[in-house]
Design a protein around this ligand. Structure first.
Ligand SMILES: NC(=O)c1ccc[n+]([C@@H]2O[C@H](COP(=O)([O-])OP(=O)(O)OC[C@H]3O[C@@H](n4cnc5c(N)ncnc54)[C@H](O)[C@@H]3O)[C@@H](O)[C@H]2O)c1
Length: 321
């Protein structure tokens, strides 16, 4: 069994972060969560609920929760030291709002990541995993998108995630001992999912018999990945840092692509309800399709997703009910 780790998880009170921290605490690691309980994208109260849940399920000495901002240099100087790995999930997500406030996205996602890297280097921490996004692909020239395909970001959010990857790349090129990974998450869903995301919105509306806004003609496709598979992917990445130096990007997706109409039909099948659907214009910045090639993660991390869309949707519906 691997020895317990001392992990710093930024954004650990968020959707993906809280699932990851829960899993690591159960495995015996010591975890510090650094989270601003930010209220830009959705309510801070939900992040506080996640943090309270983590506290209820952990031994007091195993979990430390620090409320603070990754852009606060003085705070980073006190919080970062003493960990062996940083899993950097804090960030402002969301394609559409990034078109309205790109400077804010740059500040948190790019400047914040740069400051965290400096703090890691100062504290002598070489192991760093960054939450990137499938959005870096934009509308790529081929699908499924492998990690080497040309990147054509379509939104400021995507540009900030690509910038974060490049900061890690530059760090690796100047610090040979650095062990870094950027994980390109493909539309993550599951219990405690962000309320701004399609599956959570559609599922809630279906259960309330409220109309669902379906963007475009319903042909937009996404590669939906269940959160427990993402957690296992982050864990496999942290283990993989033992075996190599430098920076590597990995897709973490289900490796299937599903259009919006099929998604709604799958939700109808799971709930036994019939959706009322409104046609809505396709928002700017949204890409036509995401579809992950997962060969690299399979071959190098030994990771394969396990949860089918039907099983994942059943878990979402059960949690909402
Ligand atoms: N959910 C997805 O489908 C998805 C897909 C691709 C990439 N990502 C990325 O994965 C990460 C986690 O996503 P999520 O869905 O759990 O989002 P989330 O919004 O639930 O979690 C992000 C967390 O970061 C915290 N945060 C925001 N700004 C901060 C700051 N300045 N300092 C400290 N903490 C701050 C928030 O309070 C929140 O708890 C994000 O970086 C996101 O961009 C998510």
């Amino acid at each position: 069994m691997a020895p317990p780790k001392r992990l710093l998880v930024t954004g650990g009170a968020g959707f993906i972060g809280s699932h990851f921290v829960e899993s690591r605490l159960a495995a015996g690691d010591r975890v510090t969560v650094l989270d601003a309980f930010d209220g830009f994208l959705y309510s801070s109260a939900l992040k506080r609920e996640n943090a309270a849940l983590l506290q209820r399920h952990s031994k007091a000495e195993a979990l430390t929760i620090v409320e603070g901002d990754i852009r606060d240099d003085a705070l980073l100087a006190t919080v970062v030291a003493g960990h062996d790995t940083i899993v950097h999930l804090a960030g402002i997500a969301g394609v559409r709002p990034s078109l309205r406030d790109p400077a804010f996205y740059c500040d948190v996602n790019v400047t914040g990541t740069a400051k965290l890297l400096v703090a890691a280097r100062t504290a002598g921490i070489d192991r760093f995993v960054f939450a990137s996004s499938s959005s870096v692909y934009g509308n790529p020239p081929r699908l499924p998108a492998d990690e080497d395909v040309a990147l054509v970001p379509q939104s400021p959010y995507a540009a900030t995630k690509r910038s974060g990857e490049l900061l890690l790349e530059a760090w690796a090129n100047t610090h040979p001992a650095a062990r870094l990974a950027s994980l390109r998450f493909f539309t993550v869903y599951g219990p405690r999912q962000r309320p701004d995301m399609a599956i959570r919105t559609f599922a809630s509306k279906l259960l309330q018999d409220a109309p669902i806004d379906l963007f475009g003609d319903g042909s937009m496709r996404r590669d939906y990945t269940f959160v427990s598979d993402i957690v296992r992917g982050i864990e496999a990445t942290v283990r993989n840092l033992d075996d190599r130096c430098g920076h590597r990007a990995f897709n973490l997706g289900r490796g299937e692509t599903v259009d919006l109409r099929t998604l709604v039909a799958a939700l109808e099948a799971v709930t036994g309800r019939t959706a009322r659907v409104n046609a809505a214009p396709k928002p700017a910045g949204d890409v036509d399709a995401t579809y992950a090639s997962i060969s690299r993660a399979r071959d190098e991390l030994g990771w394969v997703p396990e949860v089918s869309l039907a099983d994942g949707l059943r878990a979402v519906i059960a949690s909402l009910r």
